[in-house]
Design a protein around this ligand. Structure first.
Ligand SMILES: NC(=O)N[C@@H](CC(=O)O)C(=O)O
Ligand SMILES: [Zn+2]
Ligand SMILES: [Zn+2]
Length: 343
C-alpha cells in the first residue's frame, strides 16, 4: 500500500544554526519543498539583514542537489519599526513575522512585552499583507500552564484581530479545542498550524511509566478531548489548517535535565507521523490538502509541483541522531514507524 502526494511544506520549523543546523537540515530537505524557518536564534533574527545572512547559511548547508527553499521570518520585538516591516515585505524572502510573548517559550526573552508596543509594526504588516505568526500563550504566571493558550485567545488574539481585521495571522502549533474552534470560525485572514505530535499524543504521554522529557514541548500536550478536536480540525478539509511540525531540536542533555528544554524533534519522520495520525482518523485522503495545499494557498505561494510517496512499511527510528558535537533524541526513538517516505 502506498500514498503519493504533492510534496509538502513545513509551515513552522526550527532549524537552529551552525553545526546543529547542518545536522538537522537534511531531514527536512528530504521531505519538504519549503519551510517557514523560525527566528528564535540567539541572538534572535530581528532584522532583514540578519534574516538574509541566516538564509544564506541555510542555503549553503543544504545537501548537494537539494532544492529546499527556506522561507524566512523576523522576530518581532517591542522595537520593531514599521520601516523594517516594509523592508521585510520588499525583500521577497521574508514571509512572516513571529510574535513571541516575552518569556513564553524557548529563546523568547526578547519578545513582545505588550501588544501596544508592537502596534507600529503590526499596522505596517496589516497594510503590506505580511503575515503575523503567533506563539499563542499568555505568560501570566497566575494562569495555569494548561490554560495559557485558551486564555491567550480572549486576552490577546481576539482583541488584535478586531483591532486589525486586515492583518493575516497564523495561530502556530494550536493545542486546544478552544483554538481549533476559534480558528475554524474566524475570518479568512486567520489560519493555524498543527503539529504531528499534538495530533498523536495527549498529556498522559508526559508521564507514561515515569517523567518523559522528550514529550515536553510548548504549548504543552493537553487532554484527550483537545487532541480529538485537533484531529477533527486537521482532517476537516478546512483551508484554515495546515502542516507545521514545530520540530524543535535540543541536545539530549538539555532535555534530560533537572530543568529540561521544551521542544520535540520530529523532522526525521514528519510526514510519516502525520500519516499515522490521519490514518487513525480514517482520513488519509485529506492528508495532501493539509500538508501540501492549504499552507501555500494561505501564504500566497504556488503549490509544489513534485510529488513524494509514502509506503506502508515498518522501519526503526534510531535511539539518537547526531546533533553537532552531541546527539538529540527524536520522537519515537527506538520504536518502529509504520509509514515510510520512499527515496
Ligand atoms: N515548541 C517548543 O517547545 N519549543 C520551540 C519554541 C516554540 O515553538 O515555542 C523551540 O524553539 O525549542
Ligand atoms: Zn512556539
Ligand atoms: Zn516552534
Amino acid at each position: 500500500m502506498h500514498l503519493t502526494l504533492t510534496r509538502p511544506d513545513d509551515w513552522h520549523l526550527h532549524l537552529r544554526d551552525d553545526a546543529a543546523m547542518a545536522a538537522v537540515l537534511p531531514d527536512t530537505c528530504r521531505q519538504m519543498g519549503r519551510a517557514i524557518v523560525m527566528p528564535n536564534l540567539r541572538p534572535p533574527v530581528t532584522t532583514v539583514e540578519a534574516a538574509a545572512a541566516y538564509r544564506a547559511r541555510i542555503l549553503a548547508a543544504r545537501p548537494a542537489g537539494s532544492r529546499f527553499e527556506p522561507l524566512m521570518t523576523l522576530y518581532l520585538t517591542d522595537n520593531t519599526s514599521a520601516e523594517e516591516i516594509r523592508r521585510a515585505r520588499a525583500s521577497g524572502f521574508i514571509h512572516g513575522v513571529k510574535l513571541y510573548p516575552a518569556g513564553a517559550t524557548t529563546n523568547s526573552d526578547a519578545g513582545v512585552t505588550a501588544i501596544d508596543k508592537a502596534m507600529p509594526a503590526l499596522e505596517a504588516m496589516a497594510e503590506s499583507g505580511l503575515p503575523l505568526l503567533v506563539h499563542g500563550e499568555v505568560t501570566d504566571p497566575d494562569v495555569d500552564v494548561f490554560d495559557r493558550e485558551a486564555v491567550f485567545i480572549e486576552r490577546v488574539f481576539e482583541p488584535l484581530v478586531r483591532r486589525l481585521p486586515q492583518l493575516r495571522v497564523v495561530f502556530e502549533h494550536i493545542t486546544t479545542r478552544e483554538a481549533a474552534e476559534y480558528v475554524a470560525q474566524a475570518s479568512a485572514n486567520v489560519a493555524a498550524t498543527i503539529t504531528a505530535h499534538h495530533l498523536l499524543m495527549n498529556r498522559n504521554a508526559l508521564f507514561t511509566g515515569g517523567i518523559r522529557p522528550h514529550h515536553y514541548c510548548l504549548p504543552v500536550l493537553k487532554r484527550e478531548q483537545h487532541r480529538q478536536a485537533l484531529l477533527k480540525a486537521a482532517t476537516s478539509g478546512s483551508p484554515r489548517f495546515f502542516l507545521g511540525t514545530d520540530s524543535a531540536p535540543h541536545a539530549q542533555g538539555a532535555k534530560e535535565a533537572a530543568c529540561g528544554c521544551a521542544g520535540m524533534y520530529t523532522a526525521h519522520a514528519a510526514l510519516e507521523l502525520y500519516a499515522e495520525a490521519f490514518e487513525e482518523a480514517d482520513a488519509l485522503d485529506r492528508l495532501e490538502a493539509f500538508a501540501s495545499f492549504h499552507g501555500p494557498d494561505f501564504y500566497g505561494l504556488p503549490r509544489n509541483s513534485e510529488t513524494v510517496t509514502l509506503v506502508r512499511e515498518s522501519w526503526p527510528v534510531p535511539a539518537s541522531l547526531p546533533y553537532g558535537d552531541t546527539v538529540l533524541v527524536p520522537l519515537r526513538a527506538g520504536e518502529t514507524l509504520r509509514w515510510k517516505l520512499a527515496d
